[in-house]
Design a protein around this ligand. Structure first.
Ligand code: DQA
Length: 159
């Protein structure tokens, strides 16, 4: 089972940008923790960060036929990007949206979210720990899908 982690604009600046909101952890440290969880649970994991909307759309499209699930923090594009929303809809993979900060408590312009409605679920406001929660959630979703497929296969009449 393969999970692709997609990180949007300015998340490469974690540890530097607005530490009062996003904390001191760097993106590499978050990814190292996710990789440990993936290894412990026998999951393949790939990390991708881009500041460009089109590159994020391309990466989501590449997940089709390649990945079993997506964990995405679209960052500022959460509030603006129909293209990223459509890409998530198009590939139709289990997708968990993560926001480090509690966007509900922030500026008015962050209250619009174009992404949440096409995701399986959202993890918001737990700081970097939200990525770990997303890994636990994705593991659960993938296990449930696996169990359903196994059950369906067992019900198929022998050919
Ligand atoms: C963010 C919230 C967004 O509003 C913001 O533009 C980000 C990060 C978060 O993780 O809290 O860049 O997605």
């Amino acid at each position: 089972m393969k999970i692709v982690v997609v990180q949007g604009p300015n998340l490469n600046m974690l540890g530097i940008r607005e530490q009062n909101i996003y904390g001191p952890m760097k993106l590499e440290q978050i990814h190292a923790q996710m990789k440990s969880f993936a290894d412990e649970n026998g999951l393949e994991i790939e990390f991708f960060q881009s500041n460009l909307e089109g590159e994020i759309v391309d990466k989501i499209q590449e997940c089709y036929g390649d990945a079993d699930g997506i964990i995405i923090n679209p960052a500022a594009y959460t509030h603006t990007s129909v293209a990223i929303r459509d890409a998530i809809s198009a590939v139709a993979l289990p997708t968990i949206e993560v926001h480090i900060s509690n966007v509900a408590r922030r500026e008015e312009f962050r209250q619009k979210n174009l992404i949440a409605a096409v995701c399986s679920s959202s993890v918001v406001g737990f700081g970097p720990f939200g990525y770990h929660l997303a890994m636990v959630g994705m593991t659960q979703i993938l296990n449930e899908i696996k169990a359903i497929k196994e059950q369906q296969a067992a019900q198929q009449p022998a050919q």
